[in-house]
Design a protein around this ligand. Structure first.
Ligand SMILES: Nc1ncnc2c1ncn2[C@@H]1O[C@H](COP(=O)(O)OP(=O)(O)OP(=O)(O)O)[C@@H](O)[C@H]1O
Ligand SMILES: [Mg+2]
Length: 253
């Protein structure tokens, strides 16, 4: 094996009889940020969701092939899916804080996973996650306020704090900035820089500049296939495939 944190081998995903992902293989290492780009409907979210079995919740979705997390089969019957989703956390396009306090949003995962023995431990975990998510100073005086009272950008950082509170190994982000203004977007991008190295990060984005800014490697998907995967600088300046070139130069997609 390589030093892959996540390894996909010949992965295909079907919705009923329709194939949305076609024979995708890739490795993601622990210290990198990988961007997924490609036209709408090409399967980026579908593939991302295979990595922590979020597709299990989609009634007619079926996954073929193998996903390994540290060499361990994610789809093995013995895999505990709740634990898997703590190890491989997810941040969605639309911030989705629970209708609970800011504190409770962050404490939820650690409490399910028994990470805190005492209230003091939990206070420390919550503060640490909010600090790492760059939100602590803005919320420290109103931890009891509902998470839904925060601005969109703050809610998204709260969701990131919630994901990192359980000390995951991988964070999957599906267009995490698409509902945010440029300032909130810059905060999230800064955050990704700060988190890099601590977690493997996969980010789906339609923003080419964002992919170029935050990622070390970029995967271009089209029509369910992984067309090209390489160093971000190569993908954006010197792609091998014609279809990649067409997409990044805006000729379609
Ligand atoms: N729950 C579902 N049931 C049936 N088909 C689905 C379902 N979810 C996605 N699809 C189909 O699978 C294909 C890939 O969709 P997916 O959402 O993965 O694309 P995407 O690359 O993330 O697109 P976007 O950039 O618009 O978010 C599309 O054709 C879509 O219509
Ligand atoms: Mg999508």
């Amino acid at each position: 094996m390589t030093d892959a944190k996540l390894s996909a081998r010949n992965v295909s995903v079907f919705y009923g009889a329709t194939r949305a992902i076609d024979d995708v293989s890739m490795d993601i290492t622990r210290d990198e940020v990988v961007a997924f780009i490609g036209p709408s409907g090409c399967g980026k979210s579908t593939f991302l969701r295979t990595l922590n079995r979020m597709n299990d919740t989609v009634a007619n979705a079926r996954v073929e092939g193998t996903i390994l997390l540290d060499g361990e089969d994610v789809y093995a019957p013995a895999m505990d899916v709740v634990e898997l989703r703590a190890r491989v956390g997810m941040v969605f396009q639309k911030p989705n804080p629970f209708a609970k306090s800011i504190y409770a949003n962050v404490a939820y995962g650690p409490s399910i996973h028994g990470l805190a023995r005492h209230r003091d431990d939990m206070d420390r975990i919550v503060e640490d996650a909010l600090r790492r998510a760059g939100l602590w100073d803005e919320v420290k005086d109103r931890l009891d306020a509902s998470g839904t009272t925060l601005s969109g950008g703050q809610q998204q950082r709260l969701c990131i704090a919630r994901a990192i509170a359980v000390d995951p190994e991988v964070i999957l982000m599906d267009e995490p900035c698409s509902a945010l203004d440029p300032i909130a977007t810059a905060r999230i991008e800064e955050l990704i820089h700060e988190l890099r190295g601590r977690y493997a990060i996969v980010i789906v984005t339609h923003n080419m500049q964002q992919a170029a800014r935050v990622s070390q490697r970029t995967a271009f998907f089209n029509l369910g296939r992984l067309v090209e995967f390489g160093a971000t600088s190569d993908i954006f300046t010197n792609p091998v495939e014609e279809r990649t070139k067409d997409y990044i130069t805006g000729r379609y997609g």
